[in-house]
Design a protein around this ligand. Sequence first.
Ligand code: ADP
Length: 394
Amino acid sequence: MKILSVNAGSSSLKFTLIELPSEEVIASGVFEKIGMDGSFYTIKYNGEKIRKEKSLNDHSVAVSCLMEDLVELHVLNNLDEIEGVGHRILHGGQEFSESLILNEDIIKEISKYNELGPLHNPANLMGAMAFMKALPNVVQVGVFDTAFHSSMSEREFLYPVPYSWYEKYGVRKYGFHGTSHRYIDKTMREYLQKDDAKIISCHIGNGASVTAIDSGKVVDTSMGFTPLAGVMMGTRSGDIDPSIIPFVMNKTNMSCEEVINCLNKESGLLGVSCLSSDSRDIEDAMEQNNEKAILAQDIYTQRIANYVAMYNNLLNGADAIVFTAGVGENSSQVRKTVCEKIKSLGVELDLEKNNCRGEFRLISKDDSKIAVYILPTNEELMIALDTMELINKK
Ligand code: ADP
């Protein structure tokens, strides 16, 4: 069965065509600068990669190009081979706690939550509608980034603010990167052959979140009402005292929106280092003894370590700590420094095993009290698997 896994952003559209159950990636690619000057797209297939400059006015044009090219490039004999399309959707609010088959009414329902994810949700839904138009007879499935976290209890998801804010406006922790954390948990429980494994999943990419999972259920996660909360990230601050916001508004004459934008886009590694949001640049600058880069990395790794230690306590002792996503999979230095900062938990990293990138492997010593792993995430596969499952249930 061939399934398209789609992640539509406001000006981009990423896709992966996956054969199931073999999990083989048949083709993948990205449409960029949709609705802007200089739009183009790339498609990888059969060991080749093509790049085309093309005016892409909106997501529908991108989807039409993709459909034409998949047939023209002989990736598919015809479009009927696509049996389902799975769409990553950022926010499902409290209502959508599982993946589901989309139709126009459901899309309308989901769009109620656009105000909780204004940068991503409208684009995710626009992508879904473009595919519904292009492939009207194909099952379209929505997979929510928030869904896996719906198992959190009130103790974890409520903020200590007036209860009416939750009741009236839905102010609570939702959590994000759920599809990635679910993939990590599923893979680790299968690998460990332990259905009730307790996992601390560290998704450290440009965005980053740490999640505590017990027996397949999220107990707590570091992102919150929005993805701005939790650990320090590439450009996001993570947790700060909210009183900083009006204080900085007064000092700078920035609006509330501008300050929030600054916390989302100009903070984190970029903000502290005054250099870059990219972990590779920070590590290069550290080698040149750049003090701000050293400080940025120190805060960054400390905040991840703090969450891991807190979640180990919450889980009453984890079975495994797993690093994933761009930084987690690739930066041996971030993993090493985080593990040094959780030594009190009895974590012993094997420096030789840690010296690797992007492969699933155990990186702790045999006598480490908690096993530490690298596991490359695969949200696209998770989206495709959910889509297949819903098609099979139909
Ligand atoms: P996103 O949150 O955008 O999906 P990714 O998970 O792709 O992010 O992570 C991107 C980040 O991964 C980059 O900004 C960079 O900091 C980091 N990264 C990628 N490769 C390496 C590497 N070899 N060493 C250190 N960091 C890396």
